[in-house]
Design a protein around this ligand. Structure first.
Ligand code: ZN
Length: 189
């Protein structure tokens, strides 16, 4: 908050949909008690529909599920929205935009992954830029998010391609001074 971030993006991993394991509802709930910042929950978990109610109760403002993670995409997006939470749909670098097209009307945001979901510190895959540009053309009103390898070398092209929600991990957390890391990034927008 002191460094002027606009939201907190929570990467939830289950050790199944992705090989890594992070945290679940208690961290979301704990952060909710500590901050009024938007809590943007990115569920990298199999069958995310199982946990939507709990994350809504834990104080999520947005919940993003992966199109690759369930065959209940539309129902899950509807459920998220019905609970008064913004619904997001993510796609991995290898997943074509066509896979999410049938669901766009049920989305408040689309997340184009610029690395394979699962680990921090990966190199930015430019396929995300093509997806962002094509989605921006198609959905001028949609929030478009990019996640993975976003740093001072890649952030400007993400914005140019149409992203308005920029998820930054290592480029902040690996710096000692978060404020100056953010100032540097903001100066590139
Ligand atoms: Zn994420």
């Amino acid at each position: 908050e002191a460094a002027d971030v606009k939201a907190l993006h929570l990467d939830v991993m289950d050790g199944r949909f992705v090989p890594n394991l992070t945290y679940g509802m208690p961290i979301c709930e704990g952060l909710r008690r500590k901050t009024d910042l938007v809590l943007d929950v990115h569920l990298m978990i199999e069958n995310p529909e199982r946990f939507v109610p709990q994350f809504c109760e834990a104080g999520a403002d947005a919940i993003t599920i992966h199109v690759e993670a369930t065959d209940q995409v539309e129902a899950t997006l509807r459920d998220i929205r019905d609970r008064g939470v913004a619904a997001g749909l993510a796609l991995n670098p290898d997943t074509p935009v066509e896979e999410i097209e049938p669901y766009l009307e049920h989305c408040d945001l689309v997340l184009a992954m610029s690395v394979n979901a699962g680990f921090g510190g990966q190199k930015f895959n430019p396929v995300a830029l093509e997806k962002l540009a094509s989605l921006r053309k198609r959905c001028p009103e949609m929030f478009l998010q990019v996640d993975g390898g976003v740093n001072s070398s890649t952030i400007a092209e993400c914005v140019q391609a149409g992203a308005d929600l920029l998820v930054v991990g290592s480029a902040i957390f690996r710096k000692e001074d978060y404020q100056s890391a953010l100032n540097d990034l903001y100066s590139l927008l």
